[in-house]
Design a protein around this ligand. Structure first.
Ligand code: FAD
Ligand code: NAP
Length: 542
């Protein structure tokens, strides 16, 4: 058997995170790196989620890398919110431009990541039976990269075609003239339903929880606006990094309850018409923390939904009432609600009448049988912890990450784990991650890891590990911040409740990107407060 290859760092994944990590560590720091990617090419989310209608929910001019000024100047987005094919093209362009692929092994899934106490090195096993060794692991395995397993019995017996939005085929799927069933009305469901409704002979939507979807406001790129933005791109990126969600919005008002009903309506109307996340994050500051303030936005959206759907019974079913606005990630849409005015579309409430099983010809709920030729599962992901827990990670003394996290994730800053030295999580649980514009969140985390590695190198050290105390304090702080918001009151993937048996814990740090970045910077400035830095036991590959 051949000797395992050794690297300074192994990177897992080749999405936004993996691509940037390869560039940063290899090209800027001169490290010997190798990335492993389960897919056959770069792109991550945008490689796997090829379903019709997939597009970003943060404007592309912001939802893109900021690390290279030439890159951000030369790339042109054709739409305000780019679709999946264009985002994938962009990531391929970045991979070409920085010659990323030569450091990536595609079609290679990491199946074990084991710390060796003797050598202070990680041993990484892959699904082709090989082992590789590295001092550092950078996990860019993603937050939304493990689709939820179907919870319904009978899926295997279904006689027609079955598609998962999170693992969509590369070839176009033809819905023309077919009867289609879609389960799920999260952001993926809402996008795919809108597209399938255009072609299908009959579309049955199985909705468990209605969502607060608001208009995306997409349009072809305005070239004048684009030129203006590119002229001050660094300034825009700076403003983004100083905003809760990582976007350069600056119209937010203090409280929905401090203004008259008329004024409130005006603010909501303006944000509704502007599109994107303006209503959610750029209207009133107390929407995520004060139920009464939230109720005003929720009622506004419910009324707008009811204006758009002709049948009052269907409109009522589509109007969310069981969770505050934005406690689930708010989907963005174009003509979603109008779909339900079409004769070929039926909405089935599966909260009132749950799906009992998938049958060979469709689905059976407690109320009746529904027939279709194609089943689309838009049922979400084992988010945040799923990708990490599926890699069999073992830390010091052989401790399994599954055991350490049996009651929910324990991390320091969402980037590191006590007992798992030299392992960096890119946008891990308990970091702002999905409540921060992700490419910027990813760059910040890769830079954090790179700086820590450089710091060790400069000081002739080899191991960095979060202390248990620092980790406990961070977990407590992250939970306290979450408790001060409305998020823990709702069932969502943010809370882990979309997966049966998963601990109910807030998986996202809700202090906002600017506060989080300040905390990280202070920790670094204080010589990596909360981390033990040490020399390696034996040999070093660095
Ligand atoms: P990913 O893109 O998920 O890439 C992770 C990669 O790691 C995958 O390719 C996967 O195959 C690979 N991998 C995982 N485990 C292993 C393993 N064990 N071995 C080998 N390879 C492995 N965020 C936003 O901020 N704005 C948006 O508009 C937005 N839109 C989204 C739309 C969809 C449909 C989805 C699902 C997510 C969206 N997100 C959005 C979140 C999105 O996941 C991030 O923005 C970003 O793409 C994450 O990049 P990443 O590289 O961290 O992870
Ligand atoms: P999701 O938000 O978790 O939605 C899953 C949907 O499936 C929900 O409606 C859920 O209902 C339903 N569901 C799950 N299990 C079910 C069951 N057993 N029976 C009936 N219904 C069931 O997943 P997603 O839509 O894939 O989105 C995940 C995240 O990816 C988003 O929140 C967002 O961050 C990102 N995303 C972004 C975009 C974008 O616009 N850029 C697009 C897609 C995804 P319940 O709510 O009742 O659980």
């Amino acid at each position: 058997m051949s000797q395992p290859q050794t690297y300074d760092a192994i990177i897992i994944g080749a999405g936004f995170a993996g691509i940037y990590a390869v560039h940063k560590l290899r090209d800027e720091m001169g490290l010997n790196v190798r990335a492993f990617e389960a897919g056959s090419n770069v792109g991550g989310t945008w490689f796997w989620n090829r379903y019709p209608g997939a597009r970003c929910d943060i404007e592309s001019v912001h939802y893109s890398y900021s690390f290279d000024e030439d890159l951000q100047q030369e790339w042109q987005w054709s739409e305000k919110f780019a679709g999946q094919p264009e985002i994938l093209k962009y990531l391929n362009h970045v991979a070409d431009r920085f010659d990323i692929r030569r450091s990536v092994e595609f079609n290679t899934r990491v199946t074990s990541v084991v710390w060796d106490d003797e050598s202070s090195l990680w041993q990484v096993g892959t699904d082709d039976g090989r082992t590789a060794i590295a001092r550092f692991i950078i996990s860019g395995a993603g937050n939304l990269s493990v689709p939820k397993k179907p919870e319904f019995s009978g899926v295997d017996d279904f006689a027609g075609e079955v598609y998962l939005t999170g693992n969509w085929p590369h070839e176009p799927v033809d819905f023309k003239g077919k009867r289609v069933g879609v389960i799920g009305t999260g952001a993926s469901g809402i996008q795919v339903i809108t597209e399938i409704a255009k072609d299908a002979a009959q579309l049955t939507v199985f909705q468990r929880t209605p969502n607060f979807a608001t208009p995306i406001g997409n349009h072809p790129t305005d070239l004048v606006e684009e030129a203006e933005q590119k002229e001050r791109y660094p300034e825009i990126r700076d403003a983004s990094r100083n905003h809760f969600l990582g976007v350069p919005y600056n119209q937010v008002q203090p409280s929905a309850l401090a203004v008259s009903e008329q004024e409130r309506r005006k603010v909501f109307d303006e944000r509704w018409n502007a599109g994107g996340f303006r209503l959610f994050i750029d209207s009133f500051q107390d929407i995520l923390v004060d139920k009464k303030a939230n109720d005003t936005a929720a009622e506004y959206i419910r009324n707008r939904i009811k204006e758009r759907v002709k049948d009052p019974v269907t409109a009522e079913k589509l109007a969310p009432k069981d969770h505050p606005y934005a406690t689930k990630r708010p989907p963005l849409e174009t003509n979603y609600y109008e779909v339900y005015n079409q004769d070929n579309v039926e909405l089935v409430d599966v909260k009132a009448h749950p799906i009992e099983r998938i049958t060979p010809t469709g689905a059976r709920t407690s109320e009746g049988e529904y027939e279709f030729d194609v089943l689309v599962l838009a049922t979400g992901f084992d988010a945040m912890t799923g990708p990490l827990l599926s890699m069999n990670i073992r830390g010091k003394g052989g401790q399994r990450l599954e055991d350490k996290w049996s009651d929910g994730p324990h991390t320091y800053l969402g980037t590191t784990i006590s007992g798992f030295p030299n392992l960096f999580l890119i946008t891990g649980p308990q970091s702002p991650s999905v409540l921060y514009n992700m490419p910027l969140a990813i760059e910040d985390h890769v830079d954090f890891a790179a700086d820590a590695i450089a710091h060790l190198h400069t000081h002739d050290l080899h191991v960095i590990e979060a202390t248990e105390d620092a980790e406990d304090n961070w977990v407590q702080h992250s939970n306290e911040v979450a408790e001060a918001t409305l998020l823990p009151g709702a069932n969502s993937w943010y809370m882990g409740t979309n997966i049966p048996g998963k601990p109910r814990k807030c998986l996202v740090y809700l202090g906002g990107a600017p506060t989080y970045r300040k905390i990280c910077q202070e920790i670094v400035d204080e010589g990596y407060r909360g981390f033990d830095l040490s020399a390696a036991r034996k040999f070093s590959v660095l």
